[in-house]
Design a protein around this ligand. Sequence first.
Ligand code: TRP
Length: 331
Amino acid sequence: METVVSGIRSTGKLHLGNYYGAIKNFIRMQDEFNCYFFIADLHSLTTHPTPENLHDTVRQVVVEYLAAGIDPEKATIYVQSHVTEVIELYLYLNMNAYLGELERATSFKDKVRANPDNVNAGLLTYPVLMAADILLHRATKVPVGKDQEQHLEMTRTFGNRFNRMYKHDYFPEAFAFSYSDKLIKIPGLDGKGKMGKSEGDANCVYLSDSPEAIRKKVMKAKTDSGPTIENQQKPQEIQNLFDLMKVVSTPDTVAHFDELYNKCEIRYGDFKKQLAEDMVSATEPIRSRIEAISADDAYVSRVVAMGAEKARESARKTIKDVREIIGFRSF
Ligand code: TRP
């Protein structure tokens, strides 16, 4: 069975975009592949989180992934820093990662531009740690978006370089994986692009949002003054709300409001009320599971310990082989 690895940014709460994008895919993959999903807390150190903040956000991400449907009996869900073997592999890979190629990485250049006062070595070698995450389990599939393509290419470069250097065909090549070519786009509520945390809290519907919070956000979403010509094209902010409705409502509901729009009879108040209620229904089961799981410290600890144990089993084997290949042998 093929092995899948994916790192989850430990930035706290999940929104509908995360859910209908990455998480739905994870839920499907856990039935078909040998999956390792981990919270990338080592990576997050590049931005120097406080100790309290680090722990809380990592715990919240674990809780929300479990609530959303990642099954710890099927997939291995773990916290990256619990599997310290990755740090050792990262060191080995660093010896064959060159300054020039690391400096050329788009994500590095973006971060340097955004935070010129925090250009640390961890940031520079971020792609090496990511390669270590993937190579640690000798994965072949990585469910990530376009923005991570360059990192995957670097992962293949580092793995191949190791193989060549030690004349061992040890690390397989990993490629981006997704079930379909067209990712479903989850727009935000700001009338512009996709739902994303960096666009602000008002733009995102979080899985942990209360029904009242969801209603408030949706009712505040931007609309125009309404259609004036039959069958006219929808402006982006209206199209976005219809796209969101397609995700959470029944096709009949979407068709109903589409028809009203086309006849210039739509009332945005009613439309948004329906959208909000359907969002509440879609997220309610997850929200109540988030609360239940979050309150159950024993369960969360058990899941995390089990994940670390399973991940370490695979990691230990790789490290043992790699040490042998490199030439660290017992005396
Ligand atoms: N760089 C990824 C991101 O920003 C997170 C990540 C870290 C990752 N390690 C990984 C993704 C390993 C896939 C595999 O989203």
